[in-house]
Structures are given as structure tokens and as C-alpha cells.
Design a protein around this ligand. Sequence first.
Ligand code: ADP
Ligand code: MG
Length: 259
Amino acid sequence: MPRDASSSVRAVVRVRPLLQQELEAGHENCCQASGDRSILVRVGAANQFRKYSFDACLPEDRSQKQVFQESGVTCLLDAAVAGYAATVLAYGQTGSGKTYTMMGRSSTGDRTSDCGDEVKRNDGLVIRAARRLFRQIGESTGGSRITVGASFAEIFNAPGAVNECICDLLNPDAGHLQVRFSQKHGFFISDLAVAECRTLADVRAVLEAGLQNRRVNAHALNRESSRTHALFTLHIDSEQDKVCPLHKSKDWSREMQQS
Ligand SMILES: Nc1ncnc2c1ncn2[C@@H]1O[C@H](COP(=O)(O)OP(=O)(O)O)[C@@H](O)[C@H]1O
Ligand SMILES: [Mg+2]
């Protein structure tokens, strides 16, 4: 991401609040992020802290909207629309908040809050990015026709398989898909379905449909954890007007990956 001329990668930490069951069990927060670029992590029993620095450290009181605004994803979107392939990767321990950050609350299994405004307030980076993208496309006055598509794949360990397997979450009956390489596309997943999305509701429908098909394997840290990797991609295709037929069709893709 072109945050500045020298860096194309940005590392951001988000601290999530303690959950109700953690509070009830008497757990205490061991991280202190004050909103600048460093975080203090308690080490050992005594009041000893170690300081770590990142491009941004977002404390537990940050809303989903603030995380979208402060994490640098908006710059990434601008880069994607300018023609760069861009990726957001959520990485962390099970239960640390990856699915919530990327997909929102209705997608983490907390169905008690599954009503309109609440879901929207908790929308994750994927939907917020798509909303901004459609707004950008709507405001665009250039001569290009832009279409948006979405695909959703899952990488998982099948019993007995030597390597990790890939499944199309929009077409789970298609079996295991293969990773291929071509000069034009670089590495890509062969035969992965790309659903055309004309509106934000279309993207939301793709996200929800794919999440329904994720493998869920409950364990102690997170009742709804899938123990797999999800790869959600927004494909942005631009075709120039007939004025300049040589500048035809440019592929951009933007990935939202959750590990
Ligand atoms: N920032 C947050 N604020 C409130 N609840 C959160 C936050 N991050 C995560 N949670 C909750 O914590 C639980 C675990 O989060 P989840 O995203 O499923 O973890 P992961 O995907 O990393 O395993 C879920 O119930 C989720 O709703
Ligand atoms: Mg998860």
C-alpha cells in the first residue's frame, strides 16, 4: 500500500475488549494501547511491560468504523482503484477477533444481534470497503466502465491430505480447487466462481452465503471458530470507453484474507 514512498506494507494491531465470559472468569487485560503507534504488553506476574511498535495500535474502545478509518484500509482501496493489487490480512490467535474485524458480528455466530442497524454498526472491513468502493465508482466521472465481482475461497486441512486444500465457498460441491500460475494473472485459484456484484447488498449476500459454507470446528477458545483460512476477493474490472480502444480491460483485484 503506498502509505508513503518507502513502504508497501503496513502492520496494525487491534486490541479487543475482554468478553463477558472472560470477565466472569476473572481474566485481566494484559495489553495497553493508547492510540499511538506502540503497545505495552505485560510480561510475567509483576507489573513489567514490554513495548512493541507498529504502524498503528488501535485500543479496545475503537469501533468497527474507526478501525476502518484508522487502519489504513482506505489508502489500500485508493491503491486498488488506481490499479494495484491490494491485500488485507488478519492474523492472530483463535478468538482474538479476526472474523469480527473482517466480516462483522452477524458472521461470528453472535446471532443475538442479528438485526439490521446492529449488523450494520458491526460491519467488518469487507463490507465497509465494498461500500466505499461503490461510492467511489458512483462518483467517478472518468470514461471507464467499472464492474465489481466477488469470490470467496477457503483453505483447510482435509483429513489425510498432504497439502492444504482449497474449496470454493460459493460452490462447495465443486470439490478441491487447484492453484495455477499465468503470466497475465500471476497465482490464482482455478475455476473459482466470481459473482457479479452491482450493489453493496450483492456483496453482503456473497459474504453471508460463503460464511454459511465455512467449516466450523468448535473448541475452547472460540465456540464458532472455523480453524481454516478464508480468502474473500473483490475483483474490480475497468474497461475504457471506445475513445481509446488500446486501453482495454485492466484487471484489479483486492483481497481480504483472514487467517
Ligand atoms: N473488537 C471487538 N469488540 C467486541 N467483541 C469482539 C471484538 N473482537 C472480537 N469480538 C468477539 O470475540 C469473539 C471472538 O472473535 P472472532 O472474531 O470470532 O475471533 P477469531 O476469528 O480471531 O477466532 C466473538 O464473539 C466476537 O464477536
Ligand atoms: Mg474466525
